[in-house]
Design a binder for this molecule. Structure first.
Ligand SMILES: NC(=O)c1ccc[n+]([C@@H]2O[C@H](COP(=O)([O-])OP(=O)(O)OC[C@H]3O[C@@H](n4cnc5c(N)ncnc54)[C@H](OP(=O)(O)O)[C@@H]3O)[C@@H](O)[C@H]2O)c1
Length: 285
């Protein structure tokens, strides 16, 4: 768990204490589906690039894939210390990883990210286009800067990552783009963010068809209500408790829940799931 994500989790626990409906939040952390052995399995000879993996869902995914034997390239845009920390955790558990600072909204930086991965590990089998930001406001109040940055990072950035993935992922690989369950929930203030996430579902479906004959599966993963700073920042403890209470399991998702779902798409059981949007939201939609 990153330093940044410790704070919101405490916030969630405080919120849970206020509402008996969400008492399960703290206890449920031990029940997340993403539980995995702490030591890395033997190297599987495969390589994964996970964008935005210094914290949150990306960090959990990088660690999970490393435990499953992948060599992993971790990526951040500003939090170099956190990215380096994820690499140290992976190495301490017996895995292999490097980290690369690269802003996914810059196509040259994205090419460099993949070049550095190739230099370190010789190629790539799994790409998780996870880096993302969320800015919320009603249409009338959304600033030019917030809208443009969201499009730059979430939509253009993911396109640049998926384009490199289309060029470089080896036969039999996996490409996963992070959408969001907000494409179904469609709540007020989420319009521009939801649109950048809906793009991932179209990207994945079309790219899956373009890569025909190479046994590569391309899917969108659409999480919902996951306990990271992206979701909790700007919300009161009461609001967070209210979101947790709306889920059938009466808790927020944890990054490890989503990492587990992504890992399932990456292994051989995911071979027939292609061009789809997979929702992982605890049943809130
Ligand atoms: N949390 C949820 O409830 C939820 C629900 C649905 C979908 N998602 C999606 O899941 C993905 C991960 O979300 P999260 O909740 O884990 O977010 P998070 O905790 O805020 O982490 C975001 C990650 O993206 C990186 N990042 C941000 N801008 C970047 C850029 N321009 N270039 C490279 N990396 C960048 C951050 O790096 P730094 O540390 O360097 O800033 C960080 O590693 C996002 O695409 C989000 O839309 C999240």
């Amino acid at each position: 768990m990153s330093e940044q994500n410790k704070i919101p989790r405490r916030t969630v626990l405080a919120a849970a204490a206020m509402s008996s409906a969400v008492l399960a939040v703290g206890a449920a952390r031990a029940q997340t589906s993403g539980q995995a052995p702490s030591q890395a399995q033997a190297a599987n000879g495969k390589v994964a690039v996970v964008t935005g993996s210094s914290r949150g869902i990306g960090a959990a995914t990088a660690k999970r894939l490393a435990r499953e034997g992948y060599a992993v390239t971790v990526n951040c845009v500003v939090n170099r210390d956190l990215a380096a920390g994820i690499v140290k955790e992976i190495e301490a558990a017996g895995g292999r990883a490097i980290w690369v600072q690269a802003d996914v909204s810059d196509p040259d930086a994205v090419r460099r990210l993949f070049d550095e991965n190739d230099r370190a590990f010789g190629g790539v089998d799994v790409v998780v286009s996870n880096a993302g930001i969320m800015r919320l406001a009603p249409f009338r109040d959304m600033s030019d800067a917030d809208f443009i940055r969201m499009v730059d990072v979430n939509q253009k950035g993911s396109f640049f990552v998926l384009r490199e993935a289309a060029r470089r992922v080896r036969d039999g690989g996996r490409i996963i783009a992070l959408s969001s369950s907000i494409t179904q929930l469609r709540s007020p203030t989420y319009g521009p963010y939801a649109a950048t996430k809906a793009a991932q579902e179209l990207f994945a479906n079309v790219l899956a068809k373009e890569l025909e004959g190479r046994m590569i599966c391309v899917n969108a993963m659409a999480p919902g209500l996951v306990n990271t700073t992206l979701f909790t920042d700007g919300k009161t403890p009461q609001q967070i408790a209210g979101f947790a209470a709306r889920t059938p399991h009466k808790r927020l998702g944890e990054p490890e829940d989503i990492a587990g779902a992504i890992a399932a798409l990456c292994n051989s059981d995911g071979a027939w799931i292609n061009g789809q949007t997979v929702f992982a939201n605890g049943g809130v939609v």
